[in-house]
Design a protein around this ligand. Sequence first.
Ligand SMILES: [Zn+2]
Length: 420
Amino acid sequence: MESKNIQNKLEVKYGLPSEVLFCKICNITNQRPNSTNEFQHNPESKKSTINFNKNGICIACEHKEKQHEFIDWDVRDKELKDLCDRFRKKDGSYDCIVPGSGGKDSVYAAWKIKYEYGMNPLTVTWAPHLYTDVGWKNFNAWLHVGGFDNYLFTPNGKTHRLLTRLAVINLLHPFQPFIMGQKTFVKKMCDKFNIPLAFYGEMPGEYGNKTLKPGASERTFSDAGTGFESISIDPMQLYFGGVSGEELVNNHELTKNDLLAYTPLDSQIEKDKNIEVHYLGYYVKWDPQECYYFSVDKIGFEANPVRTEGTYSKYNSLDDKIDGYFYYTSWIKFGMGRAMQDSAQEIRNKKITTDEGKALIKKFDGEFPHRYYKEFLNYISMTDKEFREKCDKFRSPHIWKKLDGEWKLRHNVNKTGTDD
Ligand SMILES: [Zn+2]
């Protein structure tokens, strides 16, 4: 009771839940934010976080359990065939878009759609900030060995670096401009090429949190309510890296045009062209580990030759040198490290147990990603000292405590935090 009182008095940043809990099944922390509308994201924004039920189980586990128990994959297969038939082009031209960077999930999605469902996909790629060697190799194998046409879009590096730097300064979120570009890019490509169907891979983990609009389907992207619809497409009305478009143009030497790569497609065009973006994960069973084996088998996909820092896995999210800092900053803001995220997924897919997950979290969560640190700092034009100070500024007192000059979690899933 005493510790609860102390916990209640600590400052809580970003509107996170003041009591720190961990899912009884997958170990994920209740501090995990849901995906938000990044165009309204500024330093004052409050976050909504993953829901836990009264038994202490997160919505992602609940959703996965339902999938394991109730989904008839044969019915879903039929639904996917019907969907493909509805869009299939008779003349052999492109009939759908599959976005991806050449990671295991995009290999799996594009292969399934082309070779098992007989579609003719155009694959499209919003380039990573800095391709890793293994990422670039896999990207090429995806196209050359897998046999797919691809459009690789690389945003203006000067603008992208500036926005990434601002996103670190204002939000400690080095991936925010990338996410904005990548999310809005797909529908814009649908529009440009007049291909009204696109497939994403797995449904997002917080999926069950979304309230569906009446008559909406749970299988499509826009219906799942990402907040990307019905907002302005005028960059001057939006935020990038936590800074308003207006300020970027007035004080950062950007033009309105520089920001257009990040803004959403006009919803009227989307409506007029009947653009549909579906989650392939709704129709076919999605298991990241199986996607990896599948990609190795089909295109000779390569895992990282060394373990990815901060986690135990070698095949998740390895194409961008900046990946590690996305996970590291989540660790700082939410006490949620990369091993926690990787193991939660594997527990839900019944690859490892809850206790194995706890052991992996203990061993790897929060490990600093040294490998590409110099390149990362160079990319965001910051010194080591500046970045570390930024990180400390973003630590919420209800999550972190400084003990003998070292930052420690107050609570962790292994119950060894300073306040556990
Ligand atoms: Zn869970």
